[in-house]
Structures are given as structure tokens and as C-alpha cells.
Design a protein around this ligand. Sequence first.
Ligand code: C2E
Ligand code: MG
Ligand code: MG
Length: 675
Amino acid sequence: MIARAAEAAVDAQIRDSLYDALAGSDGVGIAMCDRELRYVVWNRFMAELTGLSADQVLGRHVLEMYPHTHDARMEEVLSRVLGGETVSLPDQRYTVPGVRSGWVWVHYRPHHGPDGAVAGVVGIVQDVTERRRAEEENERLAAFPRESPNPVLECDAGGRVVYANPAAARLAAEMGAPIERALPGPGHADLVRGALASGAAVRGVEVRVDGRVLSWSYHPHPALGLVHLFGEDVTARRAMEERLRHEALHDPLTGLPNRRMLMERLSAALDRGRRRGGGPALLFMDLDRFKLVNDSLGHPVGDQLLTAVAERLRPCAGEAGTVARFGGDEFAVLLETGSAAEALRTAARIELALAAPVGLGGCEVVTSACIGIAVATAQTDGPEWLLRGADAAMYRAKARGPGGCEVYDRAMHALALGRLRTETELRRALDRGEITPHYQPIVSLSSGRITGVEALARWRHPERGWVQPGEFVGVAEESGAIVELGRRVLLQACRDAGAWARALAREVAVSVNLSVKQLAQADLVEQVRRALDGSGCDPARLRLEITESVLVENPEGAAATLARLKELGVRVLMDDFGTGYSSLSALHRLPVDGLKVDRSFVAAMGRDGRAGELVASVVALAHALGLEVVAEGIERADQLAGLRALGCDAAQGFLFSPAVDAAALQRLLAADRAW
Ligand code: C2E
Ligand code: MG
Ligand code: MG
């Protein structure tokens, strides 16, 4: 019995190794069962495939071991084989959870006993997963290109086109031709070889064909020795990107390059200039009176004017130059190799180009521009530096009147630095109370006595002594410090006026200058009310001097604020009358009580008969409108006599007194002299 068992065990061992040898150990499994469907053979690969060892399997029922394949088909197959048939089941999907999954090819055949009757079933299992996967991949690859509306090419390792899908048929009509014949541009064969060698896809290779832009990606299949090239038509996308880029770099109204593009070009031109040792030059310009056109004729007309100016500027810069619109009525011209002389010639060309009137919706507008020029030097730091220089020069030109042109130089640089220093010092000066009003008497021309004063800001600088407004009011306007400055002057002026009234029992009108920036303050009316409250200054004695520049900023808002100020009882005067462009329209649009004739007209009186006439007509006009007229800058007795003769109401000037401090003013009032 023992001997029989040992014999059987030896038999089984021999059988197993025999089957393994037969099947090879590489991917062929052999299993066998007897008529009762109990396993009698289970080779190594079967164990590998299923995760079940021979010990676990031998002697057990087939269907018991394979619960997952225990379907009706399995039973049917086994009974067919026991009936003598051979059954082949190609490409069976199998999954042993947690062990493996894949594809097998199973052959079932009967085995026969010595009596020739069927003694059981032999199952031969071949793992075909690899082949199956390769086939699937091929199928997938083969199907994909054909169905794609995008062009697809297949190249062999030698860079020859071996397949083109219908969408690529126009590119590669002939198979076997080098890829370069299908795709213009060199290097495609190298890309194919490179992709195959590295096994990594290459993307975004753009090719222009027949006005289309195709973006290709190369997908290598090293195992197949093939590269698939997938093309995508990106024409529309590129066109859109191109348009967006154009929009980002151009001014939509005029089509000119915008600030960003100019700065990019300027930056590049500076690099070239440094290598070459000269240039570029930048002209920065601002149209004169543009706001006026915009406000009086409307925005559409303003736009037309800008477009017309752009058209005229375009040819002024020459071939290599760039004309750009910076926004609003600001333009810039970049001259690649400009010297100051060349830039000035260009400025002259621009002046000439702008000189002819522009026809705009039935009327003709004459326009001009102020131009600032900056030429790059070895010290030029960068594009912003040059722009700031040109801008500063433009402001300088503007200060001299319309149509001017200035070249940025060292002096201007020093001036700009000085302004910067003033701005910083000004803040500190306000904190420390270094800025206070002085007062210039205003004399009634009928009585010859002082009836009012104008408060004029003075800065007692710790090192520079008394500083005049000409040196800081402009800077304060620009930096916004004018708001705080004006508030303090107003506060002090009301207090001083109250003090004089108490001390001398005499009411004196006090004029305070109001900046456009103050007028834009939402709480200005409140500020004025507070300044008057408790100061002892009668609101009817306070005059606020505005300039017509308020018309430029926000005329409706300004008019409304002035109206509310007047409800407090305060009077409003138009300062520097006649120096602007819209003096008359300012009188019309703003609720003013009087005007101050600018001292340039008074200065010209007597010597120039025409200026005398001008003052005469201003006085007549003001009186016709029921407005009070104050003349500024009376320096000579003949001017005083002239103004008296014209019926001018009041006057101020060095003839009577310059601005003096509050104590000195009180003494002047007490003396009560008559002129
Ligand atoms: P403005 O309001 O037109 O003031 C008159 C200017 O003319 C004053 O200059 C005054 O000193 C000067 N002036 C008066 N009489 C004569 C004269 O007979 N001959 C000459 N040549 N000049 C005369 P100032 O004080 O230098 O002020 C200049 C400008 O600064 C003022 O012009 C005003 O626009 C501005 N300003 C002064 N103080 C303030 C202020 O507190 N706030 C604001 N927003 N601006 C102020
Ligand atoms: Mg004034
Ligand atoms: Mg004035």
C-alpha cells in the first residue's frame, strides 16, 4: 500500500516535470482532470496564472476550483470534451482578483485511457496577453487616424511617410516619400528619429501650409518602429491670438501703437543705441486745447480730431520711427537714431502737419501740440527715464504757451529734482505750520480806501527764508498737497479777518484762492462753513477766487458746488480773467459774482492802447452782467487813473502794497489811508 502510494507520488512527479518540459515554462499551462472532473495534473504555469498551488488543486473538482468560470458554458464545454470533442476557446479574458488578469487561449482535448475510452480532459492554457494588447493597440491606432478630421501621418524610422489618413491625403499623396515632402520646413525627419530614440512625444511643431497653420505632435511607438504625427489646424486660434496681441499693443481709436508697444520698442531701441553709441530720441506731445474741443463739440468730434491728428503724425516719424498714442490727447514719437537736432526737425514737421485746420462735422478746428524731447545719453537708465524726461520737457513747453517745443536737458533735470525735493519738504512744512497767508490790500477805486484783502500763501522755509507761491503752488497742485494747503490758508484767513473786525470795528472782505482740486472735494462746503464758524468773519465778507480751469475738470460739478457755497452767503470771483481760452464761457457757466482782470492786461495799459481797450471792454461786459471788477497788478499811478476812468470797482497791486503779514496788514487798515 505504502509502496503503491510512493510509486504514485513518483509517477506524479515525473508526470509534472514531463508536462512542464513539454509545455515549456514560458507561458503554457497544462491541467488535466479525470472523468469525474477532478484535477490530476496542475503544472507550474497554472499555479503562476491562478495563484493556486498544485497542493490546493489536485483532487478537487474543476467547477469547485473555478467559481468564477463556473458558467453554463464551462459545463457544456467539459461535457463536450468528455464526449470526445476537442474545443478551442481563443482569447479568453480572465481575471484572478489580486493575482493577475489578461488573455489566454485555452484548448480542451480529451485524453484516453488504455482502453481507448475517454479518461479525462486535458486543458492547455496559453497566455496571449502580450499579443492581444499589441493587437488592440494596433487596432486603436489604426482606427483613430482614419476617423480623425485632423491630418494624421505615420512615419517609419527612416522618416518616410507610410500612412496618411484622408485628412492628410493632400499633404502626402505618395507613400514612402520623405516626411519633409509632406511638411514644409527642415528637421521633421530628425524629430521623427529623436522621438523614436527617446520614446517621448514632441508637441507643438508648427507648420504653415496653404495659408493654414498646423500644429503637429509626434507620438513615437518604439516597439513598432513607427511615429504617428497628429496635426491640428490652429489657424483660427493663431489668428485670434494675433488679433489679441494686436489689440494689446495698439490704440483702438487710431490704430497707432499704444504706450505698451512704444515702451517695448523704446527699450529695444535703447539697447541698440547703447551698442551703437547714440540715440534714440523720444518726442512726447500733448494737444493744446483738446479738452475744450471735447467738452464743447462732444466726444465723437474729439475722437475725429484724434484720428485726424494720428493720420497727420504717421508720416512725420519716417520709416524707422514709431508714432504711438499714449491715451487721451497724448502722443509719442520714437526716433531710432535721433539726435536732438533730428528730433527738433521732426518736431517742426509735426508742427507743420498739425497747422492746417481739421474739418470736423461742419466746423474747422485748428490744433497744435506742445512737444517735449528727450535724447538718450550714456546716463539714460531705461525707457521710463527717457519718457519722464520727454514728459518734463513737454510740461516746460506747455508752461510757455501752446505750440511750444522743449528739449530735456541738465537744467530741466535739476529742476525736476528740485520739484521733487519741494514736494517732500512741502508735506513737512504743512505739518509744522510753516505755510501761512499774507495779505495784499484791495482798494476800492471809488473811495480810495482798503475794503478788502487777498490771502496769498507764504512759506517760511527754515533755510530758504520766505518762499513765494510761484515756487510751490504748482508742485502742491500736482501732488495734491494744495488741498491741505488751501484748507489751512482758508482757516487762518477767516480767523484773521475776524480779528481785524473785532480790533478795528471795521469789516474787510477777504479773498481766498481756491484750487480746482479743492473744488472737487466732496466736503468743501462743509470745510468753508467750519472755517467761518466762530471765526468772527461774516460769510458775506468771504470771497473765493477760482480760475477757469475748473471748467476743464468737471464744470457741472463745479457749478453745483459753487452754488452751494453761495448759499452760505460767500461770494465767488473769477481770477486771472482773460488769460485762458474760455473766460467768457466760464462767466456764462459758473455762478460768479465778479472777476479779476489779469495783471498782464493792466501791465500793458497805457503803453499799448489795445490792452487799454481790452480792459475797457472787460469792465463794460462785467458791469453789463452785473459783476464786480477787480484789477490786479497796479504798479503805476497812470494805471490807477486809467482804471478809475473806466469805472473799474477795485484794484490791488504793488502801487498800494505787496502782500504783508497779518499784523502789518492790521496796521495798514488802522492807518486807513486813501489813494
Ligand atoms: P493770484 O491769485 O492771481 O494772486 C495775485 C498774484 O499777483 C500774487 O502773487 C501777488 O503777489 C501778485 N501781485 C500783486 N500785485 C502785483 C503787482 O503789482 N505786480 C506784480 N508783478 N505782481 C503782483 P503770488 O502771491 O506770488 O501768488 C501767485 C499765485 O499763487 C496766485 O495768483 C494764486 O494763483 C496762487 N496762490 C497763492 N496763494 C494761494 C493759495 O492759498 N491757494 C491757492 N490755491 N493758490 C494760491
Ligand atoms: Mg487770486
Ligand atoms: Mg490773479
